[in-house]
Write a protein that binds this ligand. Sequence first.
Ligand code: FPP
Length: 245
Amino acid sequence: MPLNLPTHIAIIMDGNGRWAKAQGLPRHEGHARGVEAAEEIITAVREWKIPYLTLYAFSDENWRRPRPEIEALMSLLKAYLLSKQQKMLKNGIRFETIGDIAKLPQDIRDTIAETKEITKGGKAMTLVLALSYGARDEIVRAVRKMMDQGPLRQAQGAAGTRDQGPTAEEEFKKYLDTAEFPDPDLLIRTGGEFRLSNYLLWQAAYAELYFTPVMWPEFTPDELEKALEEFSRRERRFGKTSEQL
Ligand code: FPP
């Protein structure tokens, strides 16, 4: 039973395609099984009373996939949201997104907006889907927003002292898509790759990274527990020495 639980878990759900291929199934079946795995993990995270979960559901690079695969992912997303809105409401799950959702088809945007509205009072957990998301794109959009509004010059310099007003870093954070959420303290990637793939590059600065060869459709709540146990064993020093902690 892990002792120190994270506040925010971010997951790169990789391996749906390879899992499907290994079973002799089409890729979209891998994604369909991936949605079921995501649902089980969302429930488990809520039961662990971990307040934030961010899932990388569609990256801005995923727009380069074949049209039928993009359409399959979009229709899975829409069906998922429509079928789970009431369950999220009942379980106190607040639904949010990060990413450039303006690029998504209008019907999906409408479903996203409706789901956010229905679940906005959820207090048990915040579920964030990264959709049409890329961290560099997010940072560039944040810089643009900030230049339009211009308050950074009033903040302290990049190395500004923390006891005199906001630092430039704290000011900048407010323009990221994740402004309202704490930084992830545990980042999990399934599917055996050791990369961040443009996911939460700013926010994951101090996250513990957990990589597993398990393909996403097979990432069960037991696998999540292994990641939580590993997190619990690690000592987070934030640049300090062990003795200073
Ligand atoms: C990576 O597998 C996964 C994706 C690109 C999409 C993940 C999306 C889901 C699991 C469904 C969305 C979730 C919800 C909750 C609606 P891959 O296709 O890159 O796998 P591969 O590396 O084996 O090809």
